[in-house]
Design a protein around this ligand. Structure first.
Ligand code: PMP
Length: 427
């Protein structure tokens, strides 16, 4: 079935680090096959160039009159506009530069309005979420967890049913699963939530790097995402969305830059975004993320989709052909999943398989429970699983290498000796 061989598929955009050589246990060195881009994606070559360009230009932002301070402030504010524009911010939406998705969702959790009876605002979440889109709501809001069903259609019904039971402020939902890459129909989910009077925040960590997304087009109220998964280095992410909650919410961090006036007894805070950006901002991080947004926006969406879905389909086909290898899914009718695939190899600890792929083949994958313990439990995978993920820098050759390496593993097992040292599988 499907695609027999995709070794000729080339990366869509050049990334840094793809020429890194990995020393193998047998003494050879091979190019690193980074199939763990869902955890952190390598920087685009154009992002690296941009960072080199602006590195000599940074100085204090928003607070200095010097020339470079003005340049830095302009770069920072232009980056904010680019980042917001990349996710289709509406005219009155706010773009807050955060550290990452976790930061963004914690920030928003502190801004959900209280109920009329002064209890914390109600937030609805599914049990498929990454901990970053689960724990903040538990801590700062009144979170209800809905168990997802076997199909997307039944899951959307379950959301609708729960939203009808009591007034919710917010539905916090994944744009694409970091475990299976599966997606829910965003337009429909947004409609269901809005019909019930609830807003929607999307955990866009795995959606925004993979699909063109627009707040304006989908009607979603907020989106959170991470620079380091969007082909920029670590340290910058964003929360983009409706202004009112963000202007009124408790400032995320207390400190300089977020305040209008501080007296000994009383403080008045700025509105968003400054309100939630206390401390010296990450100018270079914001510039890098904006450069990544520009580069991704310049790619033809059809070409991007074709590249990713070809690689994903070959990966799923190749894995499904192997004895004892099982690809995981949550729903039996999810459309257009992103390039994230989780699987198990029967009878083998996921950590051993991941260590083998690295030590004997130079392939990087992720193993464990992917910060989604409720979902892994639901899937019967409390012992963890293995995840391979692809992005714009992935080549077909890397997919063939993974499938070939797993074929050898299933047929012959590992060649080297492995043991668990300090909780990690090691040669
Ligand atoms: N949500 C999803 C779906 C993710 O995949 C991740 C990262 N694995 C996060 C949230 C958290 O992202 P970060 O670690 O950058 O805050």
């Amino acid at each position: 079935t499907g695609i027999a061989h995709v070794a000729d598929v080339t990366p869509l955009l050049p990334v840094v680090g793809s020429d890194t050589l990995v020393p193998l246990v047998d003494g050879r060195s091979v190019p690193y096959a980074n199939l763990d881009v869902a955890a952190s994606a390598p920087a685009l070559a154009s992002v690296a160039e941009r960072v080199t360009e602006v590195l000599p230009l940074y100085a204090s932002v928003h607070r200095g009159a010097g020339y470079l301070s003005q340049v830095s402030t302009a770069l920072y504010e232009a980056s904010r506009r680019t980042i917001g524009g990349f996710v289709g911010a509406r005219a009155d939406d706010v773009t807050i530069i955060t550290r990452n998705t976790t930061d963004s969702l914690n920030l928003l959790a502190g801004c959900v309005p209280a109920r009329a009876d002064r209890g914390p605002g109600r937030v609805l979440v599914l049990d498929v979420e990454h901990h970053a889109n689960f724990l903040p709501w538990r801590r700062s809001a009144d979170a209800t967890v809905v168990a997802s069903r076997d199909s997307v259609a039944a899951t959307v019904d379950a959301i609708r049913d729960e939203l009808a039971l009591q007034p919710y402020a917010l539905l916090a939902i994944t744009g694409a699963s970091n475990v299976t890459g599966e997606r829910l129909p965003l337009d429909e989910v947004v409609r269901v939530a809005h019909d019930a009077g609830a807003r929607v925040v999307l955990d866009g960590a795995q959606l925004v790097p993979h699909r063109r997304f627009s707040l304006e087009d989908t009607g979603a109220d907020y989106v959170a995402f991470s620079g380091h998964k969007t082909y920029a280095p670590f340290g910058a992410g964003a929360l983009v969305g409706r202004r009112d909650w963000l202007d009124a919410g408790t400032p995320f961090l207390a400190g300089g830059g977020a305040v209008r006036q501080v007296g000994v007894d009383r403080t008045t805070w700025h509105p968003a975004p400054a309100r939630h950006e206390a401390g010296s901002p990450n100018v270079i991080g914001a510039v890098a993320l904006a450069a990544a947004c520009d580069a991704l926006a310049a790619v033809d969406p059809d070409e991007a989709l074709e590249h990713e879905s070809t690689l994903r389909a070959r990966l799923v086909d190749g894995l499904s052909d192997l004895d004892g290898v099982q690809v995981v899914q949550v729903w039996d009718d999810a459309a257009d999943p992103v390039g994230v695939v989780t699987f198990g190899v029967e009878g083998h600890d996921p950590g051993l398989v991941a260590a083998y792929l690295s030590a004997e083949h130079g392939i990087g994958v992720r193993d464990g429970r992917f910060c989604a313990h409720p979902l892994l439990s639901r899937l019967g995978l409390d012992g963890g699983a293995i995840r391979a993920s692809v992005g714009v820098g992935t080549s077909g050759d890397e997919i063939e290498r993974l499938v070939g390496a797993l074929r050898s593993f299933v047929a012959e097992g590992p060649r080297a000796q492995y043991a668990v040292v300090d909780g990690c599988w090691t040669v």
